[in-house]
Design a protein around this ligand. Structure first.
Ligand code: PSU
Ligand code: MN
Length: 311
């Protein structure tokens, strides 16, 4: 008779067979987060979006590795049934880096944010990650101190993050200042304007741009050789695909006021505001949100393919 084995406090991440094979062979892999599926996009549309995002990574030339924590165990690359679960489970936690040890020790299931996805991806040896928009400094942060853990995680984690900037519900210039302080490398993809998530241009300038996926991969190789930390590749939607400007300004003001009135706090703020936007715009923000994630996934696939050539 032996005593029951206690759950390991730091379970080894489970790699899907396809992701494990690709990493072992040095083939390109792109990490994808699950918070945008579980808490950023409404059910049931999130399920189709999950497949489309993975397909977009493949179209770019890489293997997708969607990351989530299931029963305390980090999974890097999900089966279709696991994606079903992430997209359908209304009880799924939202897990940042600080929540990962709790999930591991208590057997919690949850979706991973930019911060925790980046950490788990880098630990698995994945160099490129695609998402929609980064978390950042919230408006009124001088009162609330609400700044996403994404920023500190990006300062510490060696990974390329392809995004469409930060959500326009945030304080964009303050977020850019914080990324400078934290020495996060930021380049525009074929632009010197920082993208505005739903819109092509946030109104803020960037210092640097890259013209192709190969240049982005070289920037990351240089960063990785120099010091830990992320390279943010800011990839704007083309203006022809962006959200109508007037609608954008109107629904964002309404969503922020609604979050305030509802007393949304902490990690509930971002999902609350995104849900309100999707409703108030009658799905217009949702369609644009999915479209920009798809574009980022495809570009991330191409950057990962270039990175595999360098390594
Ligand atoms: N971008 C999106 N949709 C999202 C998020 C980002 O297009 O749902 C999520 C990401 O997972 C990001 C998180 O890491 O919001 C930031 O949450 P917070 O502001 O609570 O740190
Ligand atoms: Mn926050």
């Amino acid at each position: 008779m032996s005593a029951p084995t206690p759950r390991a406090a730091t379970p080894t991440p489970v790699l899907s067979p396809e992701v494990a094979d690709a990493l072992a062979a040095g083939r390109p892999v792109v990490a994808l987060e699950s918070t945008l599926l579980a808490h950023g996009l409404p059910r049931p549309d999130n399920r189709a979006a999950a497949d489309q995002v993975e397909d977009a990574v493949r179209a770019g030339g890489a293997v997708p590795a969607t990351i989530a924590v299931l029963d305390g165990v980090p999974h890097v690359g999900l089966t279709a049934a696991e994606v079903d679960r992430v997209c359908a489970d209304t009880e799924l936690a939202k897990l940042g880096v600080r929540d990962l040890p709790i999930a591991a020790a208590l057997g919690v299931s949850g979706a991973t944010t930019v911060s925790s996805t980046a950490l788990l991806a880098a630990a698995a040896g994945i160099g490129v990650f695609a998402t929609g928009g980064l978390g950042g400094v919230h408006r009124q942060s001088q009162d609330t101190f609400d700044e996403s853990a994404d920023l500190v995680a990006l300062a510490r984690t060696s990974i390329v993050v392809v995004c469409a900037g930060v959500k326009s519900i945030l304080d964009v210039p303050a977020t850019l200042e914080r990324m400078e302080t934290l020495s996060v490398t930021v380049v525009g993809y074929r632009t010197l304007r920082f993208p505005g998530f739903y819109v092509a241009d946030s109104g803020h300038a960037l210092d640097w741009q890259v013209e192709d996926p190969a240049a982005a991969a070289r920037v990351f190789a240089a960063r990785r050789a120099l010091a830990p930390g992320a390279v943010v590749v800011a990839n704007p939607l083309p203006e022809s695909e962006q959200l109508d400007r007037d609608l954008h300004d109107r629904v964002i003001a309404g969503a922020l006021a609604a979050a305030d009135a509802a007393g949304a706090r902490g990690k509930d703020v971002t999902p609350f505001v995104l849900g309100h936007l999707h409703d108030a715009s009658e799905g217009a923000t949702l369609a644009v949100n999915v479209q920009l994630v798809l574009r980022n996934a495809e570009l991330a696939g191409r950057i990962a393919a270039e990175l595999a050539q360098l390594s």
